[in-house]
Design a protein around this ligand. Structure first.
Ligand code: NAD
Length: 500
C-alpha cells in the first residue's frame, strides 16, 4: 500500500521513520494508504533546508512574490476537482463542500498575491529638523503551521499563503488523518514557481510537533485544532521563545428573537449545524430561541428538514452530509448523545441508528436534534464536533446573552432578528470573536482576520487579513537624518553643528 512521505527541496521524499498511521476513507471504513512520521533527522533536514532558502526569498521584491502566488492560485484553480476529491476521499465531506472550502483558501491566496500593497509602512516627514521616521515590516524566517483534519486545504492556505507572501519559508505539519491534499498543494506551489525550501510538508504527530516547537531555527508557530492541544502549543511555544497563535475548539450559539424570519432561520440552521457533518469550528451547535412559542415552531421545522437530509459518501452527487472522520470520533459523538439522553434532554431526532445502504462500514451518523437542553449538561458544555444541534430555550434576549457570555468558548456567534437596536446591542456586548447578524457562519473574508475569544483562541492576533501580515512580519522603525548641506551648497565635511 502507498505510503505518504514529506515534501522538501521541491520534491516528495519517502519517509524513513518506523512509525506510520493508516489513512482511512471514512465513507467506506477502509484503509487506503499510510503516512509515515518524520524522524528527528528528517525534521532537522526540512528545517535547515527552509532556513537556507529563506534569505533569497525574503530578498525577492514583494511584487514578484505576489505574482508567483497568483500563478499558484491559478494552478490550484485548474486542479480544483483533483484537490476536492483528495479532501473528500480522506475527510468524507461532499465534493461540493470540499470545493467550497478550497475556494475560501484561494480567497486568502488572492489577498496574499497583493502583498506589495499590504506591506506599505508609515512615513512621518520632518519629525525633527531634517529628520524623517518610517516603518517597515520584514520577514521573520522559518514559520510552522500545524493544522487540523477538518479543513486540509483551507487552513494550510490561510496560514501558508500569508507566511510565504511576507517573505518567509513555511513548514506545514498537516493532520495525519488527511495529509494527501496538503502534500499535493505543496507540489503545485513548487510547480507555480515558489522556490524549493519555501513551502515544505513534514508528516507526523505530537512527536514531530514537539521537535518543531523546540527547534531554535523555527520562529513562529501557527496552530489550529482542539482546545487542549492549542493550550499546550501556546505554552510550549512561548517557553521556547516562539511567536505563537493557537486556535482551538468552539461551541457556537445562535440566539433567535421572536421577530425573526422563521423559514430563513431554519434553513440557515440546517446548513450551519449539519454542513460538513458538524465537523466545523464555526458550526452552530446551540440554537437559543427566545420564548416557547418560537421554540416549538423552530423544533418542528428543524425536525422535518433533518429527517430529510441526504446522507452518503462523496461519490454520491446528491449527498448533503458525509460521514465522520473515523470510528473513534463516531463513538465519541455517540457517547455524548447517550449522555445527553441520560441527563434528561429530549432527543427529538435520533440519528444514532443510521446505516448507509451501500456503505455499511462507513462512519455515518444521522442528524440529531436535542430540545430542552440545560446549561449544566455535558452536551451543552463541551464541543461535540458532529451533526448534533442543541436547543436551549430562553425566556429573554438578556438571558440568552448572559448564557453565551458565560460559556468558556467564544469562537463564532449569531443573532437572528429584524430589530436593529437588538443587533447593535448584541454586537457590542457579546463575548465572541466572530459575530453574524442574520448570518449563521460568520467566517470573516480574506481581507478581515479570523479568530475567536476565550478557550477558542490562545492568540493575540488573528489569521489572515492585516493581523496575519503582522503575525508573519517583524516591525522595524527607522529614524533618519540626512545632512541638509548639499541642498544648501555646503560641503558635507564642513557641516556645522546646526546642520547635523
Ligand atoms: P487536534 O488538536 O487533534 O490536531 C490538530 C493538529 O495538532 C494535528 O496536526 C495533530 O497532528 C496535532 N496534534 C494532535 N495532538 C497533539 C498533541 N498532543 N501535541 C502536539 N500536536 C498535536 O485537532 P483535530 O481533531 O485535527 O481538529 C478538530 C479540532 O480543531 C476541533 O476542536 C475544531 O473546533 C478545531 N478547529 C478550530 C478552528 C479554529 O479556527 N478555531 C478551525 C478548525 C478546527
Amino acid at each position: 500500500m502507498h505510503d505518504l512521505g514529506h515534501f522538501m527541496s521541491g520534491k516528495r521524499i519517502s519517509g524513513k521513520g518506523n512509525r506510520s498511521f493508516p489513512i482511512v476513507n471514512p465513507a467506506q471504513g477502509e484503509i487506503i494508504r499510510h503516512v509515515t512520521c518524520a524522524t528527528k533527522k528528517e525534521v532537522e533536514d526540512i528545517v535547515q533546508n527552509a532556513q537556507n532558502a529563506f534569505p533569497k526569498w525574503a530578498d525577492t521584491p514583494p511584487a514578484t512574490r505576489g505574482k508567483i502566488l497568483s500563478k499558484f492560485k491559478n494552478l490550484l484553480e485548474n486542479h480544483e476537482t483533483e484537490i476536492a476529491t483528495l479532501i473528500a476521499e480522506e475527510h468524507g465531506k461532499s465534493i461540493f463542500e470540499a470545493k467550497g472550502s478550497l475556494a475560501r483558501g484561494l480567497d486568502v491566496l488572492d489577498y496574499a498575491s497583493n502583498i506589495a500593497a499590504h506591506l506599505k509602512g508609515d512615513h512621518l516627514e520632518n519629525v525633527g529638523r531634517n529628520i524623517d521616521c518610517y516603518s517597515m515590516r520584514q520577514p521573520i524566517g522559518v514559520c510552522v503551521g500545524i493544522t487540523p483534519f477538518n479543513f486540509p486545504a483551507m487552513i494550510p492556505l490561510w496560514i501558508g499563503s500569508i507566511a510565504i507572501a511576507c517573505g518567509n519559508a513555511f513548514i506545514l505539519k498537516p493532520s495525519e488523518r488527511d495529509p494527501s491534499c496538503p502534500l499535493r498543494i505543496a507540489e503545485l506551489a513548487y510547480e507555480s514557481g515558489i522556490p524549493e525550501g519555501i513551502f515544505n510538508v513534514v508528516q507526523g504527530d505530537k512527536e514531530v510537533v514537539d521537535m518543531l516547537l523546540a527547534h531554535p531555527i523555527v520562529k513562529t508557530i501557527s496552530f489550529v485544532g482542539q482546545t487542549e492541544t492549542a493550550r499546550y502549543i501556546q505554552e510550549t511555544g512561548i517557553h521556547y521563545g516562539k511567536r505563537v497563535q493557537a486556535f482551538g475548539g468552539a461551541k457556537n450559539h445562535m440566539l433567535i428573537m421572536p421577530d425573526t424570519d422563521l423559514e430563513q432561520t431554519i434553513d440557515a440552521l440546517i446548513g450551519a449545524a449539519y454542513g460538513s457533518a458538524g465537523e466545523r469550528c464555526m458550526a452552530i451547535s446551540v440554537a437559543m430561541p427566545v420564548g416557547d412559542q418560537l421554540a416549538d415552531k423552530l423544533v418542528a421545522g428543524l425536525s422535518a428538514k433533518i429527517k430529510k437530509l441526504k446522507i452518503g459518501p462523496y461519490t454520491d452527487p446528491n449527498a448533503e452530509m458525509g460521514p465522520l472522520i473515523n470510528q473513534a470520533h463516531l463513538e465519541k459523538v455517540k457517547n455524548y448523545i447517550d449522555q445527553g439522553v441520560k441527563d434528561g434532554a429530549k432527543l427529538v431526532v435520533d440519528g444514532r441508528s443510521f446505516q448507509h445502504p451501500t456503505e455499511p462500514k462507513g462512519y455515518f451518523l444521522g442528524g440529531c436534534l436535542f430540545d430542552h437542553v440545560q446549561p449544566n449538561m455535558s452536551i451543552y458544555k463541551h464541543e461535540i464536533f458532529g451533526p448534533v444541534l442543541c436547543i436551549v430555550r430562553v425566556k429573554s434576549y438578556e438571558e440568552g446573552l448572559q448564557l453565551i457570555n458565560s460559556h468558556p468558548y467564544g469562537n463564532g456567534v449569531a443573532l437572528y432578528t429584524r430589530d436593529g437596536d437588538t443587533a447593535r446591542d448584541f454586537c457590542t456586548r457579546v463575548e465572541a470573536g466572530m459575530v453574524g447578524i442574520n448570518v449563521p457562519v460568520p467566517v470573516p473574508v480574506a481581507q478581515q482576520s479570523f479568530g475567536g475569544w476565550k478557550n477558542s483562541a490562545f492568540a493575540d492576533i488573528g489569521m489572515h487579513g492585516m493581523e496575519g501580515i503582522r503575525f508573519f512580519t517583524k516591525l522595524k522603525t527607522v529614524t533618519e537624518r540626512w545632512p541638509s548641506g548639499i541642498r544648501k551648497g555646503v560641503e558635507f565635511s564642513l557641516l556645522t553643528t546646526e546642520h547635523k
